[in-house]
Design a protein around this ligand. Sequence first.
Ligand code: TYM
Length: 331
Amino acid sequence: METVLSGIRPTGNLHLGNYFGALKNFITMQNEYNCYFFIADLHSLTTHPTPENLQGNVRQILAEYLAAGLDPEKATIYVQSDVKEVIELYLYLNMNAYLGELERCTSFKDKIRQQPQNVNAGLLTYPTLMAADILIHRAAKVPVGKDQEQHLEMTRTFALRFNRMYKVDYFPEPQAFNFGKNLVKIPGLNGNGKMGKSEGEGNAIYLADSPEAIRKKVMKAKTDSGPTEPNQKKPEEIENLFHLMRAVSKPETVQYFDDLYNSCQIRYGDMKKQLAEDMIQFVAPFSEKIKAYVSDKDYLDKVAKLGADKARESAQKTIRDVREIIGFKAY
Ligand code: TYM
């Protein structure tokens, strides 16, 4: 059975980008694959070195995963820092990761711009920690959004390099994936190309959002003054609204507004109202369940413990093999 793995940083609630980019397909795979889903709390230290409420944030994501349909009896759901073998593999991979390739990574360059006051070694080696997450279970498939494509490419480089250096065929070449189609990039609402938790106020719609919060954010979304010629190409912020509508609305609804746009009759206010209502409908079943799970701390702790035990078992096997391959003595 093939192994599938995906993860998320606990630096904010789960938004529609996370859901469509990395989670939706994952849920349908729980029966057919050996699935791991984890919360990347170690990674979050690269941007939030002194988190105020790490345990609360981790629990929130755990509740959101369960609400989205992850089943702890089928998938292994765990917290990254509970599996210390990941840290050991991270160290070994760092020994064979080169400064040049780490510095060239786009996410590192972005972070230098975003947090020039804290360009730490963890940021530089973010891709090796991510590779360790994936390779510790020798995962073959990694459901992620488009923004993680380069990290997956680096993971393949590190895996192949390890195999070559130690003359083994041990690690698979993991592929970023979204059900055979292209990787997904869900746009944000404030004109930013990507929905994200650090992309500015009002940009993201969260699964836990209230109807009022959704209406407010959608109605504020950036638009232009409207098309002036039939079948005109849509500017980015308008294409973004259509993109979001395609994710949550019925195809007929999208077609209706697309026709209005193409005949220069569209009223963005109407389109946004419809989009907001469809988003509210979409998140409603999630937000109800999130509330219920968040209030059941004992159950969440039980899920995390079960996941940690299962994840450790798989990780320990890999670390035993890796130590032997590198040449450490086994006592
Ligand atoms: P993170 O926490 O930024 O996002 C979690 C997942 O959601 C996807 N995603 C999106 N997909 C489509 N459109 C968007 N607007 C959008 N925003 C976020 C991300 O691609 C990601 O799949 N480095 C990872 C966490 C991680 C990880 C891993 C993932 C650590 N180790 C190993 C997979 C495997 C991250 O920061 O994701």
